[in-house]
Design a protein around this ligand. Structure first.
Ligand code: PHE
Length: 465
């Protein structure tokens, strides 16, 4: 791990002379590198694990329609806004909120909230990612084939959870230490195509299984009743919006940070569309792979979550013996790769903050912050209840607050939004309609989401009502 020449230069930047002013900032070498990095951030445990089950549990195709609608009215505008704020300022989350628009001295705390959210998510995300590595290895050796349930209990908490969390964090830190183009971009250029190839292969294989049809209909059969069940409609909207935000990596300045490494001639709206389409495709491919497998094994009804991914599917792989090992390696590698490219974006958020604002050398920031996160993550690696709590605090409080804040900032305090988006746009330019959406529709929608989410957290997580 050695520092790049450019980073040495950034280390010498004094506090009042930002990296942006010295022009020494690393950049993505092209639109494709940026898109792959942003898609890599987006595709993760949220797509392969969360999406299939949240859909099946919430009315199938009816939920998918709500979710897709929210991706368009909320996900895409917020994504675009984050990238535009980052690209405008050419600075980390805190610096970008401070410098891109008006009243920055107040708004910089929204950036700080993003940094805190990223650190919190990374602390438990790395633990779950560690499980996926253990399952790749377990598929190779067949270690879980005898008794998937016991294997799962053995790896969730304790020494092996800690060990693999540390391995995962070290790998993530190495990529970040190498820089944006040499580290992040080179990694996602290999891993993203591989992930899509393997996931596509798994979906095709699943199509050939007996009972695939039952799997598809379990996933998608629409329950239109959800639209008229007014009592549960708000909770459904919150679920769909939360999923849309988490899966696109919104609300914690990941895209502000990546956007800050984009050149001024890059196409922001085209890239944003590509990210949403790429991320949604991965979610659907994952569902099309997972449900037929569960259906063919006769365990379609099992609840979602940890047990299904790390116990029911492994039981199916175990039943296939040698072929099951191949499938197991393929499936858990996809999970591990998705988690890795997401974790990379999460670590980059605090690292770019340390580099830009405090002049810390990149590699030092990467190592020190990764160590601190790993230390905090020990709590999640030792106690599952803590992990669940960290997840809920991060998603239901920090991230939803983050997307609400960026939407208000973009709509009301960032007058250059339209100019920034349209500079370099090849296909889609931001017009009056989009601006009205960003000013009036998205913030109001998100305010409702935030309030429901807080209420849900207070009632169901803390148990206040
Ligand atoms: N989008 C990632 C997923 O779906 C999670 C993530 C959230 C990653 C925020 C980075 C930032 O798993």
């Amino acid at each position: 791990m050695c520092a790049m020449p450019t980073e040495d230069a950034t280390a010498e930047v004094s506090a009042d002379e930002t990296v942006a002013e010295t022009g020494e900032r690393d950049q993505f070498s092209g639109n494709l590198g940026f898109i792959l990095a942003a898609v890599g951030s987006a595709i993760g445990l949220g797509n392969i694990w969360r999406f299939p089950f949240i859909t099946a549990a919430n009315g199938g195709a009816a939920f998918v329609l709500v979710y897709l609608g929210l991706l368009v009215v909320m996900g895409l505008p917020v994504l675009l806004a984050e990238i535009a704020v980052g690209r405008k300022a050419q600075l980390n989350a805190v610096g970008a909120y401070r410098d891109a628009g008006e009243q920055g001295e107040t708004w910089k705390y929204a950036g700080l909230l993003g940094v805190v959210a990223a650190l919190t998510v990374l602390s438990f995300y790395a633990v779950v990612a560690g499980w996926t590595i253990q399952y790749v290895l377990g598929s190779v050796t067949g270690a879980y084939f005898g008794d998937p349930g016991t294997y799962l209990q053995g790896i969730l908490e304790g020494p092996s959870a800690i060990l693999f969390q540390l391995i995962f964090m070290s790998l993530t830190a190495m990529v970040i230490a190498a820089g944006v183009s040499d580290g992040i971009e080179n990694t996602v250029e290999v891993l993203m195509p591989a992930l899509f190839l393997i996931l596509g292969g798994l979906a095709i294989y699943a199509f050939t299984l007996d009972g695939a049809g039952a799997g598809y209909s379990f996933f998608l059969s629409p329950e239109w009743g959800i639209f008229t069940d007014y009592g549960s409609l708000p909770a459904l909207l919150v679920d769909a919006a939360g999923q849309a935000a988490f899966t696109l990596s919104l609300g914690q300045a990941a895209l502000i940070t990546y956007g800050s490494y984009l050149g001024k001639d890059r196409d922001l709206s085209g890239s944003s569309l590509a990210v949403v389409v790429g991320n949604t495709s991965a979610s659907f491919l994952a569902a099309l792979a997972v449900f037929p497998m569960l259906a063919s094994f006769g365990i379609l009804g099992t609840a979602g979550g940890v047990e299904t991914t790390f116990q029911a599917l492994p039981a199916f792989f175990a039943s296939l013996d040698l072929w099951g090992r191949v499938l197991g390696v393929a499936f858990f590698s996809v999970l591990a790769m998705g988690a890795f490219t997401s974790a990379i974006s999460l670590l980059e958020i605090p690292v770019s903050y340390a580099v830009d604002e405090f002049g810390v050398e990149r590699w030092k920031a990467a190592v020190l912050i990764a160590e601190a996160v790993a230390l905090f993550g020990l709590l999640s690696a030792l106690d599952q209840d803590f992990l669940t709590m960290a997840d809920q605090i991060a998603v239901n409080l920090l991230i939803v607050t983050g997307i609400f804040l960026i939407s208000v900032y973009a709509g009301w305090y960032f007058p250059d939004l339209k100019e920034e988006v349209n500079r370099g746009a090849n296909y889609v330019k931001l017009g009056g309609f989009a601006q009205i959406m960003l000013r009036y529709v998205t913030p109001v929608l998100l305010l409702v989401l935030v309030l429901f989410s807080y209420y849900d957290f207070a009632c169901n997580t803390v148990g206040l009502c």
